[in-house]
Design a protein around this ligand. Structure first.
Ligand code: G6P
Length: 486
């Protein structure tokens, strides 16, 4: 439904998950919950007075009820004043596009998660899901075309919406369109697992935009390599770095914007009373022992199970740590509609239980695992961390690696996967590991625990400075001005 507000926004943001989500209370009323994350804080840099509109998908029953009857325009009381349009896409179409293609295919490809030779299989059910993904992308493109003012800047986010730039370009050639990938990008040999037409359609879709931006140079280069090898596109380099892709008469500039932590927000938030309370509770359980902290969504790419195995190896190889250290592991539920994620969650819980049964006693439980999301408790653990363990198989950036050093009280050591985007910026002061190498990760944990407190504090200070180099507000503005200046 087009209302009088339509076609008026000078800036439009599009992402699958919006800045607010709704839950149906027992009495049938709706409770709005504000989302976190870089995009939400980034958008606050321009404020509601900018007239920006954020287009997102309804993801739950509560969302659908909230979107009903208002052309999807949410009450600004729920959105921090921002104009948000929530698309009520048919539940089956949404599920096939989000769970099927976005989270089980594109996410898997970019994070190298397939368990070949059994997966992937691209058959008729994949084709049905792909048709849903096309319809879901088309619904976004149509809504964006309705919202955007003449010549507006449209910032399209992530792997859910790869076809949108191309579709929107056809509807509205006047717009400046950028796409931002929050994930890694697969190298061509792996990307080619996708059916040829789909592999081409995704690249073509993103190249419909004026800019294609990434979290690190490495992912931007992998995208350019795929464009060259899969599409036969032309690329141009400046100082050895690919900056432009040309295909079918269009030019797309590549950008790199390494999203950083929001230092001011985190430092203030981490000293509120609820965090202090959680710290006291954690301290009561852990006593004066050292802490190895990890906080993740329970996500296959986060490599939580190998992290637990590495901790187990530490306790085997270095028995002197038994009773002296606790591994605080917060693994919050994610994408639980997918069987592999539910299974993975069960494995994480089982391995943690096994370690506790093998080494623990009445006075010491080596793993303190929690699966219920609690941001204040995460911050409490960040502040108390002696060591932070961030060991993803592959990660677009990983903000936990950037957040822990910022709020750590005494300075923590960071054991970091070399495959996380954050490693590009934090390599000098983190202890880098190959995420598959459990033995090397165990050795890095040992080294981190032994690190002299003054060295740890020094390194942590430099990590925090690097981590906050591009806070969300500037990250957002950099992309916007680059797009508007084209
Ligand atoms: C990653 C993606 C985001 C996504 C988030 C949470 O960070 O890049 O686009 O929103 O995971 O995943 P979810 O499926 O819960 O939105």
């Amino acid at each position: 439904m087009v209302t009088e507000q339509a076609a008026s926004a000078p800036i439009v943001v599009a992402s699958n998950r919006g800045p607010v989500s709704y839950r149906v209370r027992e009495d049938g009323s709706l409770a709005a919950g504000r989302g976190g994350g870089g995009l939400v804080s980034g958008l606050s840099a321009i404020g509601p007075e900018s007239g920006a509109v954020w287009v997102c998908a309804a993801m739950s029953e509560g969302d659908r009820l909230a979107a009903e009857g208002s052309g999807g325009r949410l009450d600004t009381a729920d959105t921090g004043g921002h104009r948000v349009r929530m698309l009520d896409i048919a539940p089956d179409t949404f599920a096939a596009a989000y769970n099927g293609i976005a989270n089980s295919v594109l996410w898997f490809v970019h994070h190298l998660l397939y368990q070949t030779p059994l997966e992937p299989v691209f058959d008729e059910s994949f084709r049905a899901q792909w048709a849903a993904y096309e319809a879901y992308n088309a619904a976004f493109a149509e809504a964006l075309a309705e919202e955007a003012a003449e010549g507006a800047a449209v910032l399209v986010q992530d792997y859910h919406l790869t076809l949108v730039p191309g579709l929107l370009r056809e509807l509205r050639p006047d717009l400046r369109i950028g796409h931002f990938s929050h994930t890694p990008w697969a190298p061509p040999d792996y990307y080619r697992l996708l059916p040829d037409d789909v592999a081409r359609q995704v690249l073509r879709g993103i190249l419909g935009g004026d800019r294609a931006a990434f979290l690190t140079r490495r992912w931007a280069q992998a995208f350019a390599d795929c464009c060259e090898q899969v599409l036969g596109a032309q690329t141009e380099r400046e100082n050895g770095i690919t900056t432009v892709v040309r295909f079918e008469g269009r030019t797309t500039r590549l950008g790199v914007h390494g999203l950083g932590a929001d230092g001011d927000f985190l430092r203030e938030r981490a000293h509120r009373a609820d965090v202090e309370e959680r710290m006291a509770a954690l301290r009561a359980r852990i006593g004066g022992r050292k802490t190895i902290v990890r906080v993740d969504r329970t996500e296959l790419s986060k490599n939580i199970v190998r992290g637990l195995h590495a901790y187990r190896r530490l306790l085997v190889e270095r028995p002197e740590w038994r009773g002296q250290v606790v591994h605080i592991a917060f693994a919050y539920p994610s994408r639980q509609d997918l069987t592999v994620y539910r299974d993975y969650t069960a494995t994480v819980e089982r391995v943690a239980r096994e370690i506790n049964a093998e080494f623990g006693d009445a006075s010491w439980q080596p793993v303190d695992l929690h699966v219920k999301d609690d941001f204040a408790r995460s911050l409490a653990a960040y502040r108390m961390a002696d060591v932070a363990l961030v060991n993803p198989i592959r990660d677009g950036m990983n903000l936990v690696a950037k957040e822990v050093p910022v709020v750590s009280d005494a300075g923590c050591a960071l054991v970091l996967s070399r495959e996380a985007g954050a490693a590009a910026e934090l390599a000098e002061d983190a202890l880098l590991v190959n995420p598959y190498d459990v033995e090397a990760t165990a050795r890095a944990l040992h080294r981190a625990l032994l690190m002299d407190p003054s060295e740890r504090a020094e390194r942590c200070k430099r990590l925090a400075a690097a981590a906050t180099a591009l806070p969300p507000a500037r990250w957002f503005m950099d992309q916007l001005t680059a797009l508007q200046g084209m």
